[in-house]
Structure formats: structure tokens, C-alpha cells
Design a binder for this molecule. Structure first.
Ligand code: TRP
Ligand code: SF4
Length: 326
């Protein structure tokens, strides 16, 4: 039997290369060796986007098309939306009942996000319970592993603690305690050298047009010390070089050498990167456009995913009710 993985993304906007490098590329590999559940975390999205709730549905469709065009395989992985499987909220309510307030209010991600997202009015009742809902997401599918970034580790720890508290209260071990799957995620930055993010407007989206790829990459900073063409460069300080190492690792050594001895100029270096990025993005963008037109096909994938997810989640909920005699 394959080990089970669950992961999710919040449909809060368009996906960009940061999502590819930080999560999606990893998912595509993991689905070869694990039974994967990939979830659109629309309830989690609502917690920050409640004022703009109608965007969540649009983003769900858009993001699923990205997942598919970038290689998530609906034959081997279960692709579904959280809100379509009612068990998530049912188990969330049970977890909300048994989770001490302090565990949630002390969660570093809660403290951090409240500070960061002031403009979104996110200091809400539901948002405090974010990790309890995430815990329900994970244990419903008896996930062995959850591929997450560093930032999500506290949520996974809380998930394990909540599961243990359930077991100790009802004297029955029914949940698996999930382990984080910390894959080596390469350092990857936005166009301006800060973390790639929608809010910084420094991203390349997964369906970026060729002309935009060209414009965005041409405007990127290179090594500031390379004022003249014959100045030797320092590739390790250049964001362009970092993109090479991720999207064309085979060329990395050559670029490194030619940059250091000023055998290549930044303009040519960018031109080649534009070519590489077009070769990567364009076929996927075209595939996505095709999928966006096949609404029924994509809806069918989500429906099929819902059925499979529901099967796993309802059997867990059955055991939950038995353990609780509730
Ligand atoms: N909190 C995750 C994020 O912001 C999204 C998410 C929701 C998730 N439920 C999950 C991730 C369950 C992994 C497992 O990225
Ligand atoms: Fe960066 Fe390339 Fe210019 Fe070197 S040659 S500084 S790697 S853009």
C-alpha cells in the first residue's frame, strides 16, 4: 500500500512561479510514489477573502487548470475542493470543541498573520481556528505525510497535538499522526529579489504571456557591480542566475563561468533566460487555456475527486463518531 499524502492550496488568486517552485513541482513528483490528495482549501481562503467571496470560485477553477497543465495527474491523484466534502467542517467543529484557546492564540502563524494582514481585517473568530480546520483536513484522509514549507510546521505540530488530545479524551487511537515532508525547496525570489508574492506584484504567473515574460525578465536587476560590459559579474548575487539554476540547471556552470570572466553580457544572459522561460511556460499556458474552455471536463475531475475524497473522509468520520459515542 502506498503511503498517503495530503496537501492544499488556498484559492486566493492566480498561481505564480513561486507556487510551482515551492509546492506544485514537488506535488508532481510525489504523486508518482504516494497516494495523493490535493485539496483546494476554499474554506481557508474564505477566512482572508470573505469580503470578496465570489473570487474564490473563480480562483478554484483557475488554479485547478494550472495544477492540471503543470502535471498534476487526475488519474493518480485526488483533486477536490474542501467545501464539497462536508466532513471537514464536521470534524473541525469537534476539534474546535476540544482545542484549548491558548494553543491557537499562541500559534506563531496566527500572531504573524494578524500583524501582516491588518488591511484585510483578519483578526476574526474563524481565523483563530485556522489550524484546527487544517488538522481536520489532514487526519480525515489518514495522511502519513504533509508536504509543507517551514512556515506551516507549527500547524502540523498543532494537528498532532489535537489528534493526541482526541485520543486521550475518548480513549481510542483512530487518527494517524502526520509527519511533515520537508523537501529541499530551492531559494527562489520574485522579480525584485523579494519573496515572490501577489501582494508585492513581483511575480510571473503560471500562465504568463510571452510578451509579459519578455518584459518582466528584461526589467530584472542583475549584479549591481556590473556597470560595464567588461566588468566581471558575481552570479551568486544575481537573481537571473538563480532562475537559471532552477529552470536550466544544465547551463548553470557555463553561465557562472562566463559571468565571472565577463564573457557574457547581462543583456544576452537575460535574452537566453527569456527563451528558457518561454519554453517552460508557453506549452503549459496553452494547455491551461484549452482546459479553461473545457469547463465540463474540469468540473468532472473535481466531481470525481469529491467522490473519492468523500469516501475516505466519511469512513474516518464514522470512526470518530464511534469513538466519541456521539
Ligand atoms: N495552510 C495551507 C497554506 O496556506 C493550506 C492548507 C489548508 C493546507 N489545509 C491544508 C496545507 C492541509 C496542507 C494540509 O499553504
Ligand atoms: Fe547576472 Fe547573467 Fe549578468 Fe551575470 S551575466 S550578472 S548572471 S544577468
Amino acid at each position: 500500500m502506498k503511503k498517503v499524502i495530503l496537501s492544499g492550496m488556498r484559492p486566493t488568486g492566480k498561481l505564480h512561479l513561486g507556487h510551482w517552485v515551492g509546492a506544485l513541482s514537488n506535488w508532481v513528483e510525489l504523486q508518482k510514489n504516494y497516494k495523493c490528495f490535493f485539496m483546494i482549501a476554499d474554506w481557508h481562503a474564505l477566512m482572508s477573502e470573505y469580503k470578496n467571496a465570489s473570487s474564490i470560485k473563480e480562483n478554484t477553477f483557475d488554479n485547478v487548470c494550472d495544477w492540471l497543465s503543470y502535471g498534476i495527474d487526475p488519474e493518480s491523484s485526488v483533486i477536490f475542493s474542501q467545501s464539497e466534502v462536508e466532513e471537514h467542517l464536521q470534524l473541525f467543529m469537534i476539534f474546535a470543541s476540544l482545542t484549548p484557546l491558548g494553543w491557537l492564540s499562541r500559534c506563531p502563524t496566527f500572531k504573524e498573520q494578524v500583524k501582516q494582514l491588518k488591511e484585510k481585517d483578519i483578526n476574526t473568530y474563524a481565523f483563530l481556528g485556522y489550524p484546527a480546520l487544517q488538522a481536520a483536513d489532514i487526519v480525515l484522509y489518514r495522511a502519513d505525510f504533509v508536504p509543507v514549507g517551514e512556515d506551516q510546521i507549527p500547524h502540523l505540530e498543532l494537528c498532532r497535538e489535537i489528534a493526541r488530545r482526541f485520543h486521550s479524551i475518548y480513549k481510542k487511537d483512530i487518527f494517524k499522526e502526520p509527519q511533515p515532508l520537508l523537501t529541499q525547496i530551492p531559494r527562489f525570489m520574485g522579480l525584485d529579489g523579494r519573496k515572490m508574492s501577489k501582494s508585492y506584484n513581483n511575480y510571473i504567473s503560471l500562465d504568463e504571456e510571452d510578451s509579459e515574460l519578455e518584459r518582466k525578465i528584461s526589467e530584472m536587476f542583475t549584479d549591481p557591480q556590473r556597470k560595464k560590459r567588461k566588468d566581471p559579474g558575481r552570479p551568486h548575487l544575481c537573481n537571473i542566475f538563480n532562475y537559471y539554476s532552477i529552470f536550466s540547471p544544465g547551463e548553470k556552470e557555463q553561465v557562472d563561468r562566463e559571468c565571472r570572466n565577463a564573457a557574457r553580457g547581462c543583456t544576452d544572459c537575460k535574452k537566453r533566460l527569456i527563451q528558457i522561460m518561454k519554453e517552460f511556460v508557453s506549452p503549459r499556458r496553452r494547455k491551461k487555456k484549452e482546459l479553461m474552455r473545457k469547463k465540463d471536463y474540469v468540473a468532472g475531475i473535481l466531481q470525481d475527486g469529491k467522490n473519492k475524497a468523500k469516501e475516505a473522509a466519511s469512513s474516518t468520520m464514522q470512526r470518530v463518531r464511534e469513538a466519541m459515542k456521539f
